[in-house]
Structure formats: C-alpha cells, structure tokens
Ligand binder design. Structure first.
Ligand code: ZN
Length: 320
C-alpha cells in the first residue's frame, strides 16, 4: 500500500525499537528476585499472552486462541487459511529465568507480521505466529507439556504431577486457565498438525558456541530428546541441556563415567550431534536465604534445607 517503502535502516530501527519495548514490557510484568519467573499455566503467563494480544490488535492483526489456550496471530487475510507455516515459541520461563528464552521466538514472528501489515505485504504462504504456554519442565516435571497437549500425547500420570511451588496438580492448574482437561486426559489432539506446512522457531542459543565464534545466528542441525533423572545431582560448572558442545568438556556430567559411556554410545547411534547433556537444574544459583520470591512464595529457611529439597524434587537452589 505504501507507494514509497521506507529506507531499510529506518525500518530496521523501528522493528528493533518495537522488539525492545515488547521485551521490556513483558520483563516488567514478570520480575523475580533474579531474572524473570513466568510459571507454566499461570496467571502471569495468561497476562503475557493478553499483553501480546493487545499489541497485535492495535496493529490490525488477527488474534485468536487455540483449544490449548495458546495465542495465535496472523495477517487478517491469513486467519482462516487451510494450510499455513507456524512461527513461534513459548512465553513461560524457568524460575529466575532469562527474559528472551522463548519470548524471542514469539516476538520475532510478531514483528514480521506487524512489518508485513504496516507495508501491506503478504507472505508467500500464510503464517500463523504461535505463542505457547507450558513448555518449561521446571514447574511440574514433564517436558514440552504445551506441545503434548496440542498433539494429544500427554500421559495421564503427567497430569498428576504437582507444581513445585504450590503442590497442586498440573491438571488443577490447567483447569484454572480453562484448558479442556477431559480432552487432555483422553489424549485427544487439540490441533490438526496436517495443516501445518512447516514450523520455524527462533530461539536464543543456550550455549557458548555462537558467542565463541562471533556468529549472530545459525540454523540448528540436530536436537536431542529429553529424559530427566531427577534424583541425581551433579556438582560443578553446568550448562543448558542440549546446548553446550561436548568438546568444551565443562559440564560435570562428563565426570560421571558410566553415564558418559552410555550417553556417548546413544549419541553415536542417533543422527543428532548433541544427545544427552546435564540438565541446567544443577546450575541454578542459590537464592538468598529467607527471601520469598515469585516462583517460590515460601522462602527457603536456609541453604541446607534448600539443598535437601532440591534432592527430593528438582534443584530449587544449588547446594552451597
Ligand atoms: Zn526455550
């Protein structure tokens, strides 16, 4: 619609400014004693989606929610497309997490839609941007809960897992935000994946490779699955699961010879480069004694109690 497109530098500056505003606003909605806490299937997560909804509507985009209570955005003319490309990520975070983890993938998609809408352009294929709930396993234990809900693959026992802050079940938290728990229990898929042409997700790198090589972005060539051994504690320097190259040798996981042999063999058998890594749980820094926080409203009375709790459940605080 614009006869004269704006110079590229101006456009880029505008997009950067908008992205910065979205990141800052969402961070302000979810601060904790360190970083941000946006628990899976929580009120904070709902408010984050509502904020993004308001931004998208003000730009003239179509906004709707799927049966999994995730937000979707598109150009108005692509809202009812039979087939589409999905771009997105998750808006929840781990306790005391980084603001960009997940949110960057949603904001990136949203900025593309807003840019296209402002310039009256369309994509080669319809694009739906997906802002997901409940992908971080730190709150309840099971991994990729939101994706499993959409694909009808969440196990019944996973619904009975309890929230590590308030002890209520995943099922109860899902009911609170309006998820159709009976359909989830019956493992009914809430999304028709055959309509999806492709799925693209921009995600921050949670390892040292790109910074080390001074590369701004790269395509991931392989990704590993997720198995968690909750009763094992590794001490030492840790890195994010799946993201730290074996060659750095920095992860305490490698000091477990039996695991190492097993996982290395598994890695060679699979086509991925990075297969099984030490969970980041062991690396969480101790939160201050007697400091209530948003993630865990009951303050840790002492670091040693924290460490004991971390062995029983997940690592709330690293042993001091
Ligand atoms: Zn993430």
């Amino acid at each position: 619609m614009n006869a004269q497109p704006a110079p590229f530098a101006d456009v880029r500056a505008q997009d950067h400014a908008l992205a910065a505003r979205l990141f800052d606003d969402v961070a302000r909605m979810s601060p904790d004693v360190e970083g941000v806490s946006r628990p899976a299937f929580s009120e904070i997560e709902t408010r984050t989606l509502k904020y993004l909804e308001d931004v998208a509507k003000a730009e003239g985009l179509a906004v709707w929610y799927d049966a999994g209570c995730n937000a979707l955005f598109s150009l108005p003319e692509d809202r009812d497309a039979e087939r589409f490309v999905v771009v997105g990520s998750h808006v929840d975070s781990v306790p005391f997490g980084g603001n960009f983890d997940g949110l960057a993938g949603v904001v990136a998609g949203l900025i593309c839609l807003i840019r296209a809408r402002r310039e009256g352009r369309r994509f080669e294929k319809p694009v739906h941007v997906l802002a997901m709930r409940g992908e971080e396993s730190a709150w309840f234990g099971p991994c990729y809960i939101g994706s499993k809900v959409l694909t009808g693959t969440l196990a019944k026992r996973e619904l009975e897992e309890t929230h590590k802050g308030d002890g209520r079940t995943l099922e109860a938290h899902m009911a609170d935000i309006g998820l159709p728990v009976e359909d989830v229990q019956a493992q009914k898929p809430l999304m028709d994946v055959s309509r999806i042409e492709a799925y693209l997700e921009l995600h921050i790198e949670q390892g040292p490779l790109l910074i080390g090589k001074n590369i701004p972005a790269a395509a991931v060539s392989g990704i590993r699955g997720n198995i968690r051994y909750r009763s094992i504690t590794c001490h030492g320097e840790a890195g994010h699961s799946g993201a730290v190259p074996k060659a750095t040798g920095a992860i305490p996981f490698w000091r477990w010879p039996i695991f190492w042999c097993g996982s290395t063999r598994a890695g060679r058998r699979s086509s991925t480069r990075a297969t099984i890594w030490c969970s980041q749980a062991a690396s969480w820094r101790p939160i201050r004694k007697n400091t209530p926080c948003r993630a865990f409203p009951t303050a840790c009375p002492s670091a040693s109690t924290c460490a004991a709790r971390s062995r029983k459940r997940w690592t709330t605080c690293a042993p001091s």
